[in-house]
Design a protein around this ligand. Structure first.
Ligand code: GAL
Length: 423
């Protein structure tokens, strides 16, 4: 039903007035009672996660004003460039979100982060985070950030009704990509036009990394980042072939959708599957769906026994205008209370090892078990595996393939990106 124009004009005017009243406070370097926090959790279920963390921070620090410097765009697709230009022009936020691993190393090597080793010592933090995670945030013996969570990136989110309607058992995960392609075809034949929901470039890169893990195995995939696996390995070619076949089952408008819009296609019953990190759990929770009832998850076919890892970590910028308040923020993040409130809302699991699995809903319990037992590999799309420059080159090659489906050109693009990064 169309709304009369006068109503629309009224709503716009009201919106402008409200926006004027609630203008976001800005960071004032002379006001010590502020902290400016930079993330890309600007809206939807991600903002709900950030709000939960801010809730604990406000309780613990009632006199400090939280300045939200978020920049919208999943996986930091816009935020990282915005942050780079702030850092370049000597206007750092007090603390910013960065992925543990190679991406964080970029900032450390650029001299943009303060050493937090003494903060770790004073708060006994080396004992509360897993060693494998501490390694990914350490350079030359110094620790440079505080992890807020651990996300898993090799998860298929499945709409059980859509699968049952096509005669597929939603609880039975296909063994590998080939078996999955059989089910995708079954869905298409049953009239589901786009069985696999997909989104913009970084979500394509994440799907591709899942296929690489499936086809190369955990060791072969990890070798891509150390030089032990060559990018012209036959397994990479197989993965490109599989990835191209998977694209045939996706929504044609994927290039324009962020992850939440792609996940929404599954929620709307117009797709059976979405391969997404477990921030999607938060979207299913907020839709009121019950695990193993309206939706279920399994490891992406061919990656069972592997945990594709990433972690959001918070830094202390060199030249942070509100250093003491930023340390208070990091204290909240490192606390058991902060991690619990945040991760319950975010879909991830706490980075702290003193987590009580029973406190978390069903999906997160599967992630806690998998992280404890499975082989952990580093996510490409989320900064753990490769530097920002290298993953940017890979992302462009994959985005181009989404448009031209030229397998040879994708392979040569990947090889060239690796040559450039690894020298
Ligand atoms: C990841 C980030 C997650 C989530 C996701 C989608 O890179 O680590 O916390 O926000 O992007 O935006």
């Amino acid at each position: 039903m169309r709304k009369p124009l006068s109503m629309i004009a009224g709503a716009v005017a009201l919106g402008l007035v409200l926006a004027g009243c609630s203008s976001t406070p800005s960071s004032d370097p002379d006001n010590a009672d502020q902290v400016e926090v930079f993330t890309w959790w600007a809206s939807g279920s991600e903002k709900v996660g950030l709000d939960a963390l801010v809730g604990v921070f406000n309780e613990q620090n009632p006199d400090i004003e939280f300045i939200n410097a978020s920049v919208a765009g999943g996986a930091g697709s816009n935020a990282k460039a915005a942050l780079a230009s702030r850092l370049e022009s000597n206007d750092p936020p007090d603390t910013f979100q960065a992925h543990a691993g190679a991406e964080l190393t970029d900032y450390i090597n650029a001299g943009q982060l303060q050493d937090l080793s003494s903060f770790y010592q004073e708060n006994g933090l080396t004992d509360v985070f897993p060693e494998s995670l501490i390694e990914r945030i350490t350079v030359d013996g110094a620790i440079y950030s505080v992890p807020s969570n651990i996300h898993r990136a090799n998860v298929v989110w499945a709409n059980t009704q859509v699968l049952e309607d096509a005669g597929i058992d939603p609880m039975a995960a296909p063994a590998d990509i080939d078996a999955w392609l059989v089910d995708l075809k079954k869905l298409k034949d049953a009239g589901v036009e786009t069985p696999l929901a997909l989104g913009t470039e970084w979500t394509q890169m994440q799907l591709f990394e899942n296929v690489l893990i499936a086809d190369l195995g955990a060791e072969g995939y990890s070798g891509l980042w150390t030089g032990d696996t060559s990018w012209d390995d036959a397994g990479v070619e197989t993965a490109i072939g599989h990835y191209g076949e998977l694209l045939e089952y996706t929504n044609s408008d994927f290039a324009g959708l962020d992850w939440d819009a792609a996940t929404q296609i599954v929620l709307d019953g117009n797709a059976a599957y979405n391969v997404m990190g477990d921030w999607a759990e938060s979207a299913f929770q907020q839709a009121g769906w019950t695990y193993d009832n309206e939706y279920t998850t399994w490891a992406t076919p061919g990656t069972d026994g592997v945990f594709d890892f990433l972690a959001d970590s918070f830094t202390l910028s060199v030249g942070a205008p509100h250093e003491a308040a930023a340390i208070d923020w990091l204290t909240t993040i490192s606390s058991a209370e902060g991690q619990k409130a945040f991760n319950l809302a975010k879909g991830s699991i706490p980075a702290r090892t003193d987590t009580v699995a029973a406190d978390y809903p069903a999906y997160q319990q599967t992630a806690i078990t998998s992280f404890g037992e499975d082989t952990v590999v580093s996510s490409l799309a989320h900064g753990a595996a490769a530097s920002i420059a290298w993953s940017g080159d890979i992302s462009s090659a994959i985005g181009k393939f989404g448009a031209d489906r030229d397998a040879a050109s994708l392979l040569s693009g990947l090889v060239a990106a690796a040559d450039k990064a690894q020298g």
